[in-house]
Write a new protein. Sequence first.
Length: 195
Amino acid sequence: MSGAGKIEGEAAVPPQKKEIALPEKEKNHVTAIAAAPPPPPVLSVTQATHVDIPDICGLYKKVWDEFRGKVPQELEKTWQPSPLEFTSMMEGMTYFAARKDRKLVGVVCCSMVDGAMYISHIAVDPDFRHQGIGQALIGQCLEWAKRSNAASGWIEAMSRFTHAVSLFRKLGFKDTGVIHKHLWKEDVVLLEIVF
């Protein structure tokens, strides 16, 4: 006899499957493992490229649609660029995109102005807020600024966006002032961080 389940000169016989009766204790253990929740989606922040433009424009539209009629119309239009408009906005700027399981969920722009980093155009998908995405995006900007030898960084936010202003303060930015009636009659808070 050679090989499992085969006698020389005869056709191969597949091995028999055996059912093993598990004790109740082990059955419950196996069920508990199978019912474990899936791991949370992985967040990644990378530099955006021109391939990302349609998704970025879609994200800006989704974010700013919730403010339709609540902010000046000129502001809505500025923050909802077409892909063509956004392509020209990217020139000379560095954009970072946050993704959860490959879905674009956040974006931010960084630029250097006279040796200081300027952060603008931050947006996080409303369905993914309060999950550390804004913090990860700003963190990436701060790392980029330090690698670029920036002396400081600054950001401006409309004072009505109290959650954003609180996040910037939490990340080490300090208030430097308020510009009243700056963006189409909206007050803007200026915040700075020194490296």
